[in-house]
Design a protein around this ligand. Structure first.
Ligand SMILES: NC(=O)c1ccc[n+]([C@@H]2O[C@H](COP(=O)([O-])OP(=O)(O)OC[C@H]3O[C@@H](n4cnc5c(N)ncnc54)[C@H](O)[C@@H]3O)[C@@H](O)[C@H]2O)c1
Length: 396
């Protein structure tokens, strides 16, 4: 058994996602468990170098997590052949430029979603990676949540019969920052900084819907900036230029209708921050982030509309929990392990920059639908023929 260290440049690691999900819960956790085992018995140990602007923050992170390497020079990190992977969880608008550089330096690419703030750039990155022949991947963490894995199991088992519709409720109240600090960064509420719930969440909804229920074929969306003014991290008021709620309907392959509400301006009265309700001819399911419950055709009650009497049916109690039947690890960590195996042992990894571009495409068309107040069909995306530096036949 050989042990191989693999150098990973981690950029944006002082941020919310970078620190918590990618560094602590993924890379540090993988190191603490002794690495990732490959099919041939070899083990890979990720060896991160943390990159950013703030020396003190980087140093503190490195010390706290028993690491050694940090740098304020991305170029130096890219020039070092020991670093095989470039990872990016910077704010969205900064990502494309850094990834272009990393592709040019021959690094394998893994990054947060959205891969860029517009489709043209997202596709360009996918094309550049393809032409350079490097491995690439995008975070699609929701696919690895226990609740969604249980839903996928139900879909694969044929439990639903024909799937008719999907309703998704996502959101919670994000404080305005005046009398309680906001729990999301202020750039999320400024369009010019890559913010907006449509750009943020449709990147998730695309892969969730595509992977669980069927490809998204068309979109109708209305967005809204419900809270026009917020207070930022430095206690300064600012004008919100980006949408903080989106009310969308998607048509999926096979005629499935998905209604999806995304909001940072709603108070939660449901079982989880994301709830997915699926109705099929043979059964229905309701999934949260971790749990999932079902009601089969044979155990479906028969309500009769009668507001003159108190409701006689305990609807919430008439569902059955789907058992876990396995241990569920952190979704970000699972995907990191799969990417590391992809890089080191050529294991499959279907969540590529092209898949990421599909997310950006859905956001862009959602915004267009809102602006033009109409349904929009979603063109198929594909990469062009290899021809260095140029995108040929990017969409058809
Ligand atoms: N997968 C998910 O569920 C999920 C959830 C939230 C955010 N995200 C995505 O992750 C990314 C980061 O989001 P976040 O909430 O962690 O944001 P954040 O603001 O907390 O972190 C942003 C990072 O970018 C760095 N950065 C910002 N401006 C910079 C500059 N001028 N120069 C150098 N570095 C700079 C910051 O130092 C920080 O490390 C975004 O693209 C966001 O869309 C993904």
């Amino acid at each position: 058994m050989a042990v191989k260290h693999i150098g990973i440049i981690m950029n944006g690691v002082t941020g919310r996602m970078g620190t918590n999900q990618h560094l602590i819960r993924s890379i540090v956790a993988i190191r603490e468990q002794g690495g990732v085992a490959l099919p041939n018995g070899d083990v890979i140990i990720p060896d991160p170098i943390l990159v950013g602007r703030n020396e003190a923050k980087l140093q503190a992170l490195v010390e706290k997590h028993n690491l050694k390497r940090w740098s304020t020079s991305l170029d130096d990190c890219l020039n070092d052949p020991y670093n095989e992977i470039y990872f990016d969880s910077q704010t969205t608008v900064r990502r494309a430029e850094a990834i272009r550089k990393a592709i040019q330096a021959g690094k394998q690419i893994y990054c947060e979603k959205p891969t860029a703030s517009n489709l043209e750039e997202s596709l360009e990155l996918a094309q550049l990676a393809y032409e350079a022949g490097i491995k690439n991947g995008v975070v699609q963490d929701k696919l690895f949540l226990p609740g969604l894995l249980k839903l996928k199991r139900l879909v694969d088992s044929g439990f639903f019969g024909q799937i008719l519709s999907v309703q998704m409720e996502f959101g919670y109240w994000v404080f305005e920052g005046d009398w309680q600090p906001a729990q999301r960064p202020s750039w999320n509420y400024r369009e010019e900084d890559g913010g907006g719930i449509i750009v943020d969440m449709f990147a998730h909804w695309r892969y969730v819907l595509d992977n669980l229920f069927g490809e998204v074929k068309s979109v109708s969306c209305i967005g809204k900036t419900h809270i026009p003014k917020r207070v930022d991290e430095n206690n300064k008021p600012y004008i919100c230029t980006a949408d903080d709620a989106a009310y969308a309907t998607f048509e999926l392959e096979g005629g499935i209708i998905a209604q999806v509400n995304s909001s940072w301006t709603t108070r939660v009265n449901r079982e989880d921050l994301l709830v997915i309700h699926v109705d099929g001819t043979e059964g229905s399911a309701v999934a949260g982030l971790r749990e999932c419950k079902i009601q089969h055709r044979v155990s479906t009650p028969k309500p009769v509309w009668n507001p003159d009497i108190p409701n006689p049916l305990p609807f919430q109690e008439q569902w059955q929990e789907v058992p876990g039947n396995q241990e569920y690890d952190n979704g970000f960590k699972i995907q990191w392990e799969l990417f590391l195996k992809h890089v080191a042992a050529d294991e499959p990894f279907p969540w590529t920059l092209l898949e990421g571009a599909k997310g950006t495409q859905l956001s862009e068309l959602g915004l267009q639908s809102w602006k033009e107040r109409r349904w929009i069909d979603i063109p198929e995306l594909s990469l062009g023929v290899k021809k260095s530096g140029k995108i040929v036949n990017a969409s058809k």
